[in-house]
Design a protein around this ligand. Structure first.
Ligand SMILES: Nc1ncnc2c1ncn2[C@@H]1O[C@H](COP(=O)(O)OP(=O)(O)OP(=O)(O)O)[C@@H](O)[C@H]1O
Ligand SMILES: [Mg+2]
Length: 297
């Protein structure tokens, strides 16, 4: 469990980048961190594994102040996928880079090799182990950086825009992988992202930052229901929610709730069609069945 108390930080001693942040990442939680460029997401994440030290306020890991831990103890428990993989990768080859953390953890050579192959496979990098890091594409570097963190199996992973620069299939597969780890191994995740479409699909809770502060937090359905606040934070609604907003306002369609995912929208639309078809006795209901949510990923 990670917690901050009145965490404030300034890079230059006068301009605040973080202002009085009170945040708790609970065990096993998948939390999304949203906010415009420069609002402080990366700065906040770097405080949660001790890369930056608060100007004031405190950070706790499992109830103990982070500053009382040795760096290696923190890195074993809290992994971080950097916004720019070039800041993360320093091995000569992919294999060496991914192995670095686990070698330091004292694993035997055969275990290191097995873990390295396994995590590279998981991130879709099975063909990469012998490639030199500098020859990789940006998206491949991103996958390797994620693999290096997964190899160490930390209890908590801080993800700074992990899907940016991945191709669409890469986004789906990495997000599915992260969700699986979260659900099956209970790995807590906090993910800074600009991709509002991903948030309702994967996160239990959303935190929205603006100008160094947390301005709201809660489950995606609650946070995205406050459209004015979303726009004030220079964010936008997921496309589906926007469509439903327009259909409600402009066309008077009586949606019961604002769907955020394809599955939710499908159910809403089908029940709307069904109720209308009864009213108009057009027989639409005989063709339409309210289905299970589609897999949006
Ligand atoms: N190394 C640095 N030195 C000085 N100021 C910095 C440094 N890094 C970030 N800042 C400033 O701190 C503020 C928060 O930056 P941060 O990188 O945390 O934002 P962010 O929310 O991650 O933005 P983005 O969405 O662009 O990644 C910004 O005003 C930024 O200019
Ligand atoms: Mg950032």
């Amino acid at each position: 469990m990670i917690k901050t108390e009145a965490l404030s930080f300034s890079y230059d001693g006068c301009t605040p980048a973080l202002r009085e942040i009170n945040l708790e990442l609970r065990d096993g939680e998948f939390l999304a961190l949203l906010g415009a460029n420069g609002c402080g997401k990366t700065t906040l994440l770097k405080h949660l594994n001790g890369l930056l030290k608060p100007s004031s306020g405190r950070v706790f890991l499992n109830g103990k102040e982070l500053r009382s831990y040795k760096d290696e103890e923190i890195f074993k428990q809290v992994g971080m996928v950097f916004q720019d993989p070039n800041d993360q990768l320093f091995g000569a080859t992919v294999r060496q880079d991914v192995a670095f953390g686990v070698v330091n953890m004292g694993l035997k050579p055969d275990e290191v090799a097995r873990t390295t192959d396994e995590v590279l496979q998981l991130v879709g990098g099975a063909g990469l182990p012998d490639k030199a890091i500098h020859t990789l594409s940006f998206g491949q570097k991103r996958r390797v950086a994620i693999a290096g963190v997964l190899a160490m199996a930390p209890k908590t992973i801080l993800l700074d825009e992990p899907t940016s620069s991945l191709d669409p299939r890469g986004v789906s597969s990495i997000m599915r992988l992260l969700r699986k780890l979260n659900k099956e191994s209970g790995t807590a995740m906090i993910m800074a992202t600009h991709d509002v479409e991903l948030v309702p699909l994967f996160s239990d809770r959303v935190v929205i930052m603006s100008n160094g502060r947390i301005i709201t937090e809660g489950p995606p359905g609650k946070v995205f229901a406050d459209i004015d606040m979303i726009r004030k934070a220079e964010l936008r609604l997921p496309r589906l929610a926007h469509l439903v907003e327009v259909l409600q306002k402009e066309d008077g369609l009586p949606f019961m709730s604002t769907p955020l995912t394809i599955g939710q929208a499908r159910r809403e639309l089908l029940s709307l069609l069904e109720s209308r078809s009864y009213q108009k006795a057009e027989g639409i209901s005989s063709h339409v069945r309210i289905g299970e949510p589609a897999d949006d990923t």
